[in-house]
Write a protein that binds this ligand. Structure first.
Ligand code: 6GU
Length: 279
């Protein structure tokens, strides 16, 4: 997979040389190219920013350096590129919220281009223009504001690259984790290792009992409970058709009942969640 990243802070992408992503690059599974936006300016000050039309706080990124930088990247496709070109990923707090599903979709692409905005973002015509030429996705990490797209690129790249064949040694790890479709998108159950007792806390006996069916059932119960209490938004999307009678009993105890498309909860359980999650 080829990844092109355009930024004014190339040093920010240094962590991509480390750990599994660094190793994937060394092994040729991943080809990451970082480009300096300022190489596509033509004034003495290498200006990339300007104040917004209509007024307001802060500065925007001018469109011309972006046009030049992205055109140069598009003119140099990797072998095996999709005829539609790359997906242009634009990290932005106004984008779709990034998810495991989006990571899976992006991991199926041979070529991704990331445009890292700084300041108050990039002139809106850049996304508008490239949206007529290639596929563009504006992607947000969540409902908070970062100073620029670089940290988002690190997060998205890590989520995507670990899905590529050969990047993670034990492929089963990919299906036994939170948000995995194999576990209906539920949060993962708690996990324990040695010692069996630590600071007065014992590993749940069922996990050392050698009954694999009982272990699986306990883990499923825990995943359902955790998801219901921590992420009611995720639980609400759980498909009742994927639930057995024991699942339904566990959820009923927490106030959740199956509906037409997902699950519904007693208002009291939602109030509990809002108390602990809203400022
Ligand atoms: Cl992707 N970019 C910026 N600047 N802020 C964000 C974000 C992205 N996701 C959440 N906040």
């Amino acid at each position: 997979m080829r990844l092109d990243v355009v930024t004014i802070f190339g040093e920010y992408l240094q962590p991509l040389q480390l750990s599994l992503i660094g190793k994937a690059q060394a092994e040729g599974l991943l080809d990451v190219r970082v480009h300096d936006l300022r190489e596509h300016t033509h004034d003495r000050h290498r200006t990339v920013d300007a104040p917004p039309y209509g007024g307001g706080a802060g500065l925007l990124m001018k469109p011309e350096p972006w046009g030049e930088a992205l055109d140069a990247i598009l003119a140099d496709p990797p072998e095996g590129a999709d005829p539609r070109g790359p997906v242009l990923v634009v990290p932005s707090p106004v984008g779709e919220v990034f998810s495991q599903r989006a990571a899976v979709e992006l991991a199926a692409e041979p070529w991704l281009v990331f445009a890292c905005g700084r300041y108050e973002g990039i002139d809106a015509r850049v996304v508008e223009h490239y949206g007529t030429r290639i596929r563009v996705r504006e992607v947000s990490l969540g409902d908070y504001v970062l100073n620029g797209g670089e940290v988002a690129v690190l997060a998205i790249t890590e989520a995507v690259a670990r899905l590529l064949p050969g990047v993670i040694g034990n492929a089963a790890s990919l299906t036994e984790e939170s948000h995995a479709p194999e576990h209906d998108g539920l949060l993962e159950h708690p996990a324990y290792t040695k010692p069996a007792s630590w600071r007065g806390l014992d590993v749940p006996a069922v996990l050392a009992g050698g009954n694999h069916g009982a272990v699986d059932r306990w883990r499923r119960d825990q995943a359902l409970r955790r998801t219901a209490t921590r992420r009611p938004d995720v639980l609400a999307r759980l498909d009742p058709a994927r639930c057995d009678r024991r699942d339904l009993a566990v959820l009923a105890e927490l106030g959740w009942t199956p509906g037409e498309h997902g699950f519904q909860v007693e208002p009291a359980a939602v109030a509990d969640w809002a108390d602990t999650n809203e400022p």
